[in-house]
Design a protein around this ligand. Structure first.
Ligand code: ZN
Length: 274
């Protein structure tokens, strides 16, 4: 079927010299809704599962990294069974495990929780005096046009200090996330060049993602990083992409189907994220 399509496509392409585009069309998965790569798709936040499910130990991956990469070129999340902190930047995806090393991830490897979008910055916020992460986040909050939208965030620079963490892969029966992060591995980088990426989530999406900021970090050589716990910023500029569309993909089976999502997990979230 694909081969037939390719052959037909190649015949047309030979005349039009559009071989690359033609093969891409022939191999594209069937899509419902807006065409992949269209504006609507680029302005969509793609959410896999929910933070409240993750907090309660729903760690089995539900979509592949190859699939995730078709919905964004920037993002964060975690590996299957909580094996590593996920960082996606410039269309390349990495998992940072408890040895602090970042390794590329793709293919059929799965993620249980991730957020991605195509990053097209709408706003640049200059930082002209030193700040820690709390001050930086507070300052950014005064610059975003509305607290009720999703924003993708990217900050490239050389940072005097960056503190990250990662967590180890888990075995069933899975413990709650706050119990896993109680034993997280923390990494401190000094005078490190790299990129922080992540999202601002509005309170309206509480339970789905982390309200406020959730950022991960990766070094410029893409060798190390993790879930961002703190950073010191000297100067630079933060890029912000306002994202008004939202797509959520829930697991098609497994523990997600039976987990109780009616509880308020704010306390678990505070323990797990810091
Ligand atoms: Zn994280």
């Amino acid at each position: 079927m694909v081969q037939d399509a390719l052959l037909r496509c190649a015949a047309v392409a030979a005349a039009s010299l559009l071989i690359g585009a033609c093969i891409a069309l022939a191999l594209a998965p069937p899509s419902v809704g807006p065409a992949l790569g269209g504006d609507a798709d680029r302005e969509t936040l793609y959410q896999v599962s929910t933070i409240d499910a993750l907090l309660q130990g729903v760690y089995d991956g539900s979509i592949s990294f190859d699939e995730l990469a078709t919905h964004g070129d920037l993002g964060i999340g975690c590996g299957d069974r909580l094996d590593g902190e996920l960082v996606g930047v410039d269309g390349e995806w990495y998992l940072v495990r408890t040895d602090g090393r970042a390794s590329p991830t793709a293919g059929n490897a799965m993620t249980p929780f991730a957020t991605a979008t195509f990053f097209d910055p709408d706003m640049t916020v200059p930082i002209d005096e030193p700040k820690n992460l709390t001050a930086l986040e507070g300052y950014l909050e005064t610059k975003i046009p509305s607290k009720n939208l999703f924003y993708a965030i990217r900050f490239d620079g050389t940072f005097p200090r960056v503190v990250t963490r990662s967590v180890p892969a888990q075995e069933k029966p899975y413990p709650r996330l706050a119990d896993v992060t109680a034993n997280q591995t923390v990494f401190t980088f000094e005078n490190v060049t790299g990129t922080a990426v992540g999202f601002w989530t509005p309170v309206l999406a509480k339970g789905v993602n982390v309200p406020g900021y959730h950022l991960h970090f990766i070094t410029s050589d893409r060798n190390a990083g993790g879930h961002l716990l703190d950073m010191t910023v000297a100067e630079g500029s933060v890029q912000v992409d306002t994202t008004t569309n939202f797509t959520m993909v829930l697991p098609a089976g497994g523990d997600f189907w039976t987990v109780d999502l009616s509880e308020n997990l704010s306390e678990d979230l505070k323990r797990a994220e810091k």
